[in-house]
Design a protein. Structure first.
Ligand code: SF4
Ligand code: SF4
Ligand code: SF4
Lengths: 330, 914
């Protein structure tokens, strides 16, 4: 345990799958120097194979107190090459279409909006993913160079780019597959929770620039912060795949969904995303969390007050982020 | 060497072990780091690099209407990154603020502006049109040649043969001003863009005399019920979508009416799955339930609507003053007054001397049948509009319309109940609705549902697309009268669109589904053409700014060839090589969103007027110039030609000005063009234009460009609202002046109008809201519709590399898995989509969200992204709605509030493995 731990709650009832966060992170960190194929933050449609493809089947994480075997994702098939386009065809003779120079086989958002189920009872929702800055990070202990550490002041998990030799044990060990090997640098890299921004009092790019206003950032021990309140008090924010054992510090408010439709076209009294599916992702607490959300929403619907709803509504964008430093002008 | 090339070719292959395969740490190592934290400087330095050495502000002046303020960072004169300004003030503690606004497109513009399809130099066609052979020329050479040819057109054929059209790629007040001003000085044609792109809300025009009306989107927040009708704001209103989700947390019930389970359905309380194109039946069923159950806000409809107006049972027309008096007026209408027991003229109609909706002692009857003495003493049997509306709605009980719409009656009843019992209910009408012929009716009926239940002002009501009123721009954008032409009508004729309509739809089928056929259309088109108010003929010269008309128009190649065949000169002014620029004679490279000063404040989703101030020291991209500079350059070149040839001012007798007590034709003076364009040298550049606008637009007062430098925006004042004041601390709601101050509406009846007795409406049984369509012919089994995409603002950013990486890199369509399986088609297969109008090839994405009877494709892929460069509009037949053609009946007179749509979603297709 570090002295303090910064965390993030992502509200899946507010995440609209717009990928602004994905691109905010990209232009902040990964549009250069061998990182082009990486998405430290991405948003995947669930149910789906996700990114990298089938990451949930790629192992890693903990099996009790031993590391579970893991697998390295493949570049073309699982991450997807960062497609490049031959724009010059637009200035040349002929009918050649503007296409990726090499056909894409997969990408960070390949199964966008596909989901599961059959018309009219199909369903999907968006799941933004980034490094969880875990309290028991499998990546850290998998590194034979001891290059990975958690910062004392905020619990951010970093890969020391001077010590890293690119052995990639961490890539396989992270059950979320949120470490990427940079073939140009020969080192592994990952989400750094935007510490250079935080140090200037500026929230993480993916959170601050989230136009769905879906992301809350706070220290877990901050009683006034949304993290403590949503995770510990209201218990509506849950970690993803807690069973992987890494103790993630990114939490999710699980998704509500409109009712299923019966064969005669009648609305049924049953959400279309099956509970079992959500339990797989967010654990057994998900039923109670959804119930709590519905009850509090019903209060608002009746014109009564709800502290929980007000917290999730987040009346002021600036209040969604409680850092330990004032904003500097940069 | 290109880094990415390096990545892909050498390193990736060289390091066979880098990716793929099992790799398991055999033991857990100690968790203590061995190094110190000095290396952390690495990312700190990178961060500072992206913050650069200069900062400006910008918005993206495209056709998404989001209007979001961004910070733009630059280093060594090159833009590094953009980040939302996120500084909009909260207007009220109980309304969420508007931050951080923005979306996935805006955030990649720093990449787009340096991307390979950016136009960097003036190009001149060196082969046939569209052949792709270009010659790089200097600005001087380009401008001189273009000017010569435009002057030829003007002098030989007259100003009406020139079209100067700024499309929806630039919709701001700043950048748009250049082409508008140039066109206006020359007397050129220009199209009404909302109509050209098919974004007219004619249903709202019928009801309110206003096409664009509604609320600022923060008004969602405290609504009790929200109906998203053919609108998918989670995808298409990304910066404001949070208000919707916050409204839900705040207790709102949200319905999404859509044939596919689109992303907005996921966030709704109820999804209303409707069969494509049958919305008018659902709307009529809603009216049915409201009227059946007596959900009628009596006081509201008697005063605010034409429902108590009397209708002659003999002629089926409104009872007018001229029916009762010789030489009586056309625009005075009557009610049956329960107080006096006789007919009385309704105040507030254009012809009535009382300009108020206040009824005074009048008690207009809503229902009943009466007899009234006519001007010749004859007895005229009359009833009320309300009775007509009720009789029509009676034909659509929800248990019968279910067979057409697929919507269960319980859901209809529930929607009607929620609409009726909500204090504040909003019906958002999406642009997709009017892409069906029935859209006009669906929207008109929805407006009636809001009227019956009294939803207007703070109680909500219809929301199409809300705009602010900005006064005082005229002297800048229209110093002289220009030829303002209907968008859809001009494109229909210029693109010879009826040909494909005749191919795709048989007359019998049209009669049966729409109630009109191709002859009716032909007749009405000829009549409108004759009256000549909205059409100026095929242009011979075209200066096209930021408009992708050859991507957008139906039938694609057919339209393109028809337009090009008449053009002597076609100049495309653009920041990128789009599907239209490919066919130009000249391509002139324009600056894009971060590179010139600009201002935008007419968009009504929020009250903030954004200002673009480029970062200091920003290096021009190639030889690009601002639109203002390009127009000025053209003016100077034309003046030079005119002086050399001694061309005197050209009289333009289509427009007259008063000179003393004489009417004189407007003169088009080419020799003084640069001086006129710059207003005597005061408007030299894009910055001057923005300063002029900030000084002259009343709604921007008291702010100055220096205020905008703080956060990239200023706040519009109270005067910005058209039909209500814009209060500083409340969301904007329409029609408060009408509802609370009883000011008449801008309609023929002075009220919300639900009866139109234009002969075309009468002949086809359209006098009150009713259901028509869908028109799609049975000759091909699948409906084809193309909703707005998450990945572009129409075709802007559609070819962006960053965004394509988050898709599949090339065009794909959405097919229900069962529909695909029946055709032996699988995920990612190449398919041919075809019908009797055309065909194209795309990949398949299997989507259980899509109804089995449809092919859905998010729109605006550039044709040049498809094989053979044949795009999706190749299979969309031309279609025009007879409902939108009548001109010259009260408020149904050609104007920005009464123009029509290019119908886009009524074609049918088949799909097979390619
Ligand atoms: S920016 Fe926010 S709303 Fe958009 S995808 Fe990312 S987390 Fe979701
Ligand atoms: S998410 Fe993965 S990379 Fe991040 S701290 Fe946890 S185990 Fe390590
Ligand atoms: S916290 Fe920063 S580095 Fe991590 S995913 Fe978000 S934007 Fe990227």
């Amino acid at each position: 345990m570090t002295a303090r731990q910064l965390g993030m709650v992502i509200d899946l009832n507010k995440c609209i799958g717009c990928q602004t966060c994905t691109l905010a992170c990209k232009s902040q960190w990964t549009d250069r120097d061998g990182r082009e194929f990486m998405y430290w933050n991405h948003v995947e449609t669930r149910p789906g194979k996700g990114y990298p493809k089938d990451w949930e089947q790629a192992g890693g994480g903990w099996d009790g107190d031993t590391l579970r075997p893991g697998r390295l994702p493949r570049l073309h098939e699982d991450y997807g090459y960062p497609a490049e386009f031959g724009y010059e065809v637009l200035f040349e003779e002929g009918e050649k279409p503007l296409r990726p120079k090499e056909e894409m086989a997969w990408g960070p958002n390949w199964d966008e909006d596909q989901g599961a189920g059959e018309y009219p009872n199909s369903y999907f929702f968006y799941l933004p993913r980034l490094c969880n800055h875990c309290s028991n990070p499998a990546c850290q202990v998998a590194c034979p160079r001891q290059a990975i550490y958690k910062r004392e002041e905020d619990g951010i998990v970093l890969i020391d780019q001077e010590r890293c030799r690119g052995y990639r044990y961490c890539v396989a060990a992270c059950p979320y597959k949120k470490i990427y090997f940079n073939p140009l640098a020969g080192k592994s890299e990952k989400c750094i929770f935007c510490y250079p921004r935080l140090e200037k009092g500026l929230p993480q790019a993916c959170a601050y620039q989230c136009v769905g206003r879906a992301r809350h950032v706070a220290f877990l021990d901050d009683q006034e912060g949304a993290l403590h309140q949503l995770v510990n008090q209201w218990k509506v924010a849950l970690p993803l795949h807690a069973e992987y054992g890494t103790q993630p510090n990114v939490y999710y408010v699980p998704p509500l969904s409109p009712p299923k439709i019966g064969s005669n076209g009648r609305s049924l009294d049953e959400p279309r995303v099956p509970d079992e599916y959500l339990v797989q992702l967010f654990g057994p607490g998900v039923g109670a969390a959804l119930e709590m959300l519905r009850e509090e929403m019903a209060k608002k619907n009746r014109g009564e007050a709800s502290e929980l709803m007000d917290l999730l509504i987040a009346y002021r964008h600036g209040d969604m982020f409680r850092l330990d430093r004032p904003r500097e002008v940069v | 060497m290109d880094r990415r090339e390096f990545l892909r070719n050498s390193t990736y292959c060289g390091l066979a072990l880098a990716f793929g395969g099992p790799l398991t740490a055999l033991r857990a190592h100690a968790a203590t780091p061995l190094g110190d934290q000095r290396w952390e400087e690495l990312y700190r330095d990178e961060f500072l690099d992206t913050r650069g050495d200069a900062q400006g502000f910008a918005f993206h002046c495209s056709n998404c209407q989001g209007n979001c303020a961004w910070k733009v960072f630059a280093k060594d004169g090159r833009v590094t990154r953009e980040e939302q300004s996120a500084a909009y003030p909260q207007i009220h503690p109980r309304i969420p603020d508007a931050n951080p606004r923005g979306c996935n497109k805006g955030i990649v513009h720093s990449k787009e502006m340096y991307q390979g399809d950016r136009l960097l130099h003036p190009l001149k066609r060196a082969g046939e049109r569209g052949e792709g052979k270009w010659e790089r020329v200097s600005w001087e050479e380009a401008l001189e040649d273009i000017a010569t040819r435009v002057v030829d057109t003007l002098t030989e054929q007259g100003p009406g043969e020139l079209m100067v059209y700024a499309g929806t790629g630039i919709l701001s007040q700043g950048r748009r001003a250049g082409p508008l001003r140039l066109g206006s000085l020359l007397g050129a044609q220009r199209l009404y863009p909302a109509s050209a792109v098919g974004d007219m809300f004619t249903g709202a025009s019928l009801a309110y005399g206003l096409a664009n009306t509604g609320h600022s989107l923060d008004a969602w927040f405290d609504a009790d019920a929200i109906f998203l009708w053919a609108i998918n704001p989670i995808v298409t209103r990304i910066p404001d979508a949070h208000y919707l989700n916050e409204a839900r947390y705040n207790g709102a019930t949200i319905y999404t009416i859509s044939p596919d389970y689109n992303p907005s359905c996921k966030f709704a309380t109820h999804w209303v799955p409707i069969k494509p194109g049958t919305d008018a039946y659902l709307a009529m069923s809603l009216l049915h339930v409201l009227l059946r159950d007596g959900h009628v806000n009596d006081a509201f409809v008697r005063e605010q609507t034409d429902l108590p107006f009397l209708v002659r049972e003999d002629s089926g027309e409104l009872l007018r003053h001229r029916d009762l008096r010789a030489r009586g007026k056309e625009d005075v209408f009557y009610c049956w007054d329960e107080a006096s027991g006789k007919e009385q003229p309704m105040p507030g109609t254009p012809g009535h001397f009382k300009k108020t909706l206040r009824l005074g002692k009048l008690r207009p009857a809503l229902g009943g049948r009466y007899e009234i003495k006519g001007k010749e003493g004859e007895l005229i049997p009359v009833t009320t509009v309300f009775e007509r509306v009720r009789a029509e709605a009676a034909n659509y009980p929800p248990d019968e319309t279910q067979a057409i719409t697929g919507v269960h009656p319980e859901l209809v009843e529930r929607m009607a109940r929620d609409l009726a019992r909500s204090n504040k209910a909003i019906i958002n009408i999406g642009f997709a609705l009017h892409k069906y012929v029935s859209g006009t009716m669906s929207c008109w009926a929805a407006a009636l549902a809001c009227a019956l239940t009294g939803h207007a002002g703070e109680r909500g009501g219809i929301d199409t697309e809300h705009n602010w009123s900005l006064n005082g721009i005229g002297p800048l954008s229209s110093p002289k009268p220009a030829r303002f032409a209907s968008g859809f009508f001009s494109e229909w004729l210029n693109g010879d669109m009826q040909a494909s309509m005749d191919t795709h739809y048989s007359d019998e089928h049209l009669k049966a589904t729409a109630g009109y056929d191709s002859k009716d259309v032909e007749r009405q088109v000829a009549e409108n053409r004759e009256s000549g108010k909205a059409y100026y003929g095929k242009p011979r010269a075209l200066l096209l700014f930021a408009d992708n008309m050859f991507r957008r128009n139906k039938t694609e190649a057919h339209h393109r060839e028809a337009v090009l065949s008449n053009l002597d000169i076609f100049v495309d002014i653009n920041h990128r090589m789009d599907s239209t620029a490919l066919w130009a004679d000249y391509v002139l490279p324009a600056k894009s969103h971060y590179e010139s000063w600009d201002i935008r404040g007419e968009l009504g989703y929020h009250r903030f007027c954004n200002v673009t101030i480029p970062p200091e020291g920003l290096k021009p991209v190639g030889e690009t110039r601002s639109e203002w500079a390009i127009c000025l350059g053209l003016s100077e070149a034309m003046a030079k030609v005119a002086r050399a040839r001694g061309i005197e001012p050209i009289a333009d007798p289509d427009f007259l000005v008063q000179e003393g007590d004489m009417a004189a034709p407007v003169m088009r003076d080419l020799q003084t063009l640069p001086d006129d364009f710059t207003d005597g040298g005061t408007l030299k550049n894009d910055e001057d234009v923005v300063r002029w606008l900030m000084e002259n637009v009343e709604q921007i007062a008291p702010w100055t460009p220096e205020d905008a430098r703080k956060n990239g925006f200023v706040i519009l004042n109270e005067k910005a609202g058209f039909t209500s004041p814009l209060y500083a601390n409340r969301p904007y709601h329409s029609f408060e002046r009408n509802v609370y101050l009883r000011e008449p509406y801008k309609t023929h009846s002075g009220r919300q109008q639900f009866f139109v007795d234009h002969p075309v409406f009468k002949e086809h049984g359209w006098t009150v809201p009713t259901a028509i369509g869908p028109l799609r012919p049975p000759s091909f089994p699948l409906a084809f519709y193309t909703p707005h995409t998450r990945w572009g603002i129409h075709s802007q950013w559609r070819t962006n590399e960053q965004l394509l990486r988050l898709q599949r890199g090339e065009p794909y369509l959405w097919l229900n898995p069962a529909t695909a399986a029946a055709r032996d088609v699988g995920e990612d297969d190449r398919v041919r989509v075809f019908n009797d109008v055309g065909e194209f090839i795309a990949r398949v994405k299997l989507m259980p969200a899509v109804p089995p009877e449809a092919v859905v494709m998010d729109h605006a892929w550039e044709p040049h992204q498809f094989e053979k460069r044949i795009g999706l509009n190749s299979t969309v037949a031309g279609m025009i709605s007879l409902l939108e053609l009548p001109d010259g009946w009260g408020h149904l007179t050609f104007s920005p509030n009464w123009d029509g749509n290019m119908i886009a979603h009524e074609s049918s297709v088949e799909v097979e493995k390619a």
